[in-house]
Ligand binder design. Structure first.
Ligand code: SF4
Ligand code: FES
Length: 248
C-alpha cells in the first residue's frame, strides 16, 4: 500500500511548526500505524534527514504513550483502538493521511508529534493512590467486594492515561481521565477511605494544570481507546459535591 502523509513537524517547544509531506510506500497492510511511521523514519534516516519524533512504548494498547491525531481524530477514530493498534489495512491504498500531535494548552508540543503530558502525572500525584501501611500481601478474598462494584472499578481502571479524551474535547477537559482514576480507587474499600480528599485534590490539580471544563459533549468517550464511560464523570461530580459540602 502507498500513502501520502501530511505530518506536523516542529523542531522544539518554542519553534513555529508546520505540515511536511512524505510518501509512505510499500507498506504491508498488517503493519500498525506506528510501524508505518517506522518505515518512513528509516527512509528519512537513510537520506540524512531528521526522523519524525513520536511517542510509543508498549505498542500493545497498554501504556498510553502513543498519541497521534490521525485525520483530525485522536487515535484515528477506530472504536476502542489506540494508535499503536490501528492497522494500515483500515486505510485505502493511495490515501492522504494527516498526522498531528495532541492539541491542548496543558499538553505543550515538545517536538513534532510528541507532547508533554506531565499535567496528567501531576493530577495522579495529587491523589491517584491509596495511602496504606505496606505489609504482607493479604489473602485474595480477605475483603469481599460485590461483583458489580468490582467490575465497575475494573472498567474505570482500564484507563491508560493517554490523554485522547483531552485532545478530542473542544474545551480540552481532562474530566474523563480524572473521573476514571477517582472512580477506580473510590469504588473499592481500600480506596474509599480517602475518596473525599482524593476527589477534591485531583480536581484542584486538574484545574491548576489548565484543562478546561466539561460541557458533556461526549467526544472524550467517543475516542477513548478503553471506552471509558461518560457516566464516570457524573459519578465523580457526585463525589465532588458531597466532599465539598463535608469540607465546609
Ligand atoms: S479516559 Fe480514555 S482517552 Fe482519556 S486518558 Fe483514559 S484511556 Fe485515554
Ligand atoms: S504504545 Fe502503549 S498504548 Fe500505544
Amino acid at each position: 500500500m502507498n500513502f501520502t502523509l501530511q505530518v506536523w513537524r516542529q523542531k522544539n517547544a518554542s519553534a513555529v511548526g508546520g505540515f511536511a509531506t512524505y510518501q509512505a510506500n510499500a507498506i504491508i497492510p498488517d503493519m500498525s500505524f506506528l510501524e508505518m511511521l517506522d518505515v518512513v523514519n528509516e527512509g528519512l534516516i537513510e537520506e540524512g534527514e531528521d526522523p519524525i519524533a513520536f511517542d510509543s512504548d508498549c505498542r500493545e494498547g497498554i501504556c498510553g504513550m502513543c498519541s497521534l491525531v490521525i485525520n483530525g481524530v485522536p487515535h484515528g477514530g477506530r472504536k476502542g483502538t489506540a494508535t499503536c493498534q490501528l492497522h494500515m489495512r483500515h486505510f485505502k491504498d493511495g490515501d492522504t493521511i494527516t498526522i498531528e500531535p495532541w492539541r491542548a494548552r496543558a499538553f505543550p508540543v515538545l517536538k513534532d508529534l510528541v507532547v508533554d503530558r506531565g499535567a496528567l502525572d501531576r493530577i495522579i500525584q495529587a491523589g491517584g493512590f491509596v495511602s496504606v501501611s505496606t505489609g504482607g500481601a493479604p489473602d485474595g478474598n480477605a475483603i469481599p467486594i460485590p461483583k458489580e462494584r468490582q467490575e465497575r472499578a475494573m472498567d474505570a481502571a482500564a484507563c491508560i492515561g493517554c490523554g485522547a479524551c483531552v485532545a478530542a474535547c473542544k474545551n480540552a477537559s481532562a474530566m474523563l481521565f480524572v473521573a476514571a482514576k477517582v472512580s477506580h480507587l473510590g469504588l473499592l474499600p481500600q480506596g474509599a477511605v480517602e475518596k473525599e480528599r482524593r476527589v477534591l485534590d485531583m480536581v484542584e490539580a486538574m484545574d491548576a494544570a489548565g484543562f478546561g471544563a466539561c460541557t458533556v459533549t461526549g467526544s472524550c468517550e467517543a475516542v477513548c481507546p478503553k471506552e471509558i464511560s461518560l457516566s464516570f464523570i457524573s459519578r465523580m461530580n457526585r463525589d465532588y459535591l458531597l466532599a465539598s459540602f463535608k469540607r465546609q
